[in-house]
Design a protein around this ligand. Structure first.
Ligand code: ADP
Ligand code: ADP
Length: 227
């Protein structure tokens, strides 16, 4: 089914800048989509709408069947916390928490007790190849390990959607490739993923590309071709 649907969605910021203009986009369950376009074209604005972090100024955005424009803030945060995982270029780990405790924060507000949260966090870190780094603080981890920790935090709650904003942007190519492989594995297990990337090689390797230019969405011209 459809996981994310934008119909004529627009976003105009206070001050009058239209960052997204009349956007139509459907993302189906199990897709792995690259979002590409120059700086300032509206990629983050689109990701924020898909992640229910922001509401459209016009048109319709539906995420997992919820109309983002009309849901209360409280219900919107609940949908987001339960079903959407976020990964950012800058990781956003808490510097004073171990990898394990950082990942366990992904289960706060899920009604899961402290020790079970830690068990789930250890499992998630093991799945990203960091079972030997549970007690390390972020400054004791490499860039690639930090991003894998952030991915573990994003998926420890088993979200249906993962949204990644330049997840390889701060990494060397080897660590970047490991992060991409993790995202592919997650996708192969059924998680729907959208990735903003400036990395053309990465984007070209994904099954679908959505390109944005000046707030306007265009599918890359490979529609209908086998991925
Ligand atoms: P990208 O992610 O492709 O770089 P963004 O979605 O961040 O693009 O930004 C699209 C446009 O909207 C840019 O011109 C940017 O300056 C503007 N913009 C982004 N966020 C805000 C905001 N909170 N307030 C005002 N303008 C914004
Ligand atoms: P430029 O060639 O100056 O980068 P483009 O409009 O071709 O300008 O691309 C804008 C941005 O989007 C660039 O950062 C580019 O790497 C990225 N990009 C463009 N097309 C693709 C594509 N097919 N796959 C991956 N990334 C792309």
């Amino acid at each position: 089914g459809e996981v994310i649907t934008l119909q004529g969605a627009g976003k105009t910021y206070p001050g009058g800048l239209t960052a997204l203009d009349n956007a139509d986009l459907t993302i189906r369950e199990g897709e792995l989509v690259a979002i590409v376009g120059p700086s300032g074209s509206g990629k983050s604005t689109l990701l924020n709408l898909m992640g229910t972090l922001d509401r459209p100024s016009s048109g319709r955005v539906e995420v997992l069947g919820h109309d983002v424009a009309t849901l209360s803030d409280r219900r919107l945060s609940a949908v987001r916390a339960r079903w959407i995982g976020f990964v950012f270029q800058q990781f956003f780990l808490s510097p004073h928490l171990s990898a394990l405790d950082n990942v366990a924060t992904g289960l706060l507000y899920h009604g899961i007790g402290h020790s079970r949260r830690r068990e789930r966090a250890a499992e998630a870190l093991t799945r990203v190849g960091l079972g030997h780094r549970l007690d390390h603080k972020p400054h004791e981890l490499s860039g690639g390990e930090r991003q894998r920790t952030a991915i573990a935090r994003a998926v420890v709650s088993r979200p249906r959607i993962v949204l990644a904003d330049e997840p390889t942007g701060a990494l060397d190519s080897t660590s970047g490739a490991a992060v991409v492989q993790l995202l592919r594995d997650l996708n192969a297990q059924g998680t729907t993923i959208a990735v903003i990337t400036h990395d053309r090689q990465l984007a070209d390797s994904l099954p679908r590309r959505v390109r944005i230019l000046d707030g306007r969405i265009q599918e890359d011209d490979m529609a209908g071709t086998a991925a």
